[in-house]
Design a protein around this ligand. Sequence first.
Ligand code: URA
Length: 208
Amino acid sequence: MKIVEVRHPLIQHKLGLMRRAGISTKEFRELAAEVASLLTYEATKDLETTQAQIEGWAGPVHVKQIKGKKITIVPILRAGLGMLPGVLELIPSAKVSVVGLQRDEQTLKPIAYYEKLTGRMDERIALIVDPMLATAGTLVATVDMLKAAGCKRIKGLFLVAAPEGLRRIEASHPDIEIYTASIDERLNEHGYILPGLGDAGDKIFGTK
Ligand code: URA
């Protein structure tokens, strides 16, 4: 599986700022969007382009255009919404397919309570966004859902990933690509990433 830990100095610096105890909602939110933009830049490096001829200021000119159907961004509720503005800043015409999952109390498996995918998923690249790749239970279920809708190319963007979650997604969906600002040390007994960021959803939305 392709796993990219993006070690760009800007990403590392911004992620370091996000790890501070007591960071404000405003600053966390801004940094989440900024790191999401930088991860998007990295994750879209291999998009195919085609040549097109357009009318330029001094006559016809050949330019490159991104090939194929528009990308769909897939924010996982609720924390994934915190990365959405940063991704949209670089891909403003992307379609957004929102998914929400919660744990079934009986089976303990994540089940979708919200799924609003855009059309022609079989022709699009899906960019899943979620700040924390922890146990990967939600990610596995989201990829299952996208593949069931016909999606063939799936990339996931995460601010922080845990080794345990990376192993789990690799075992279930080795064909997807993961981009993260940091592969952290481990999960604690409550499923939080260490050193991590704490509860990313609470920090983005200012809840506790
Ligand atoms: N979700 C979070 O918000 N933080 C973690 O560390 C793990 C999952």
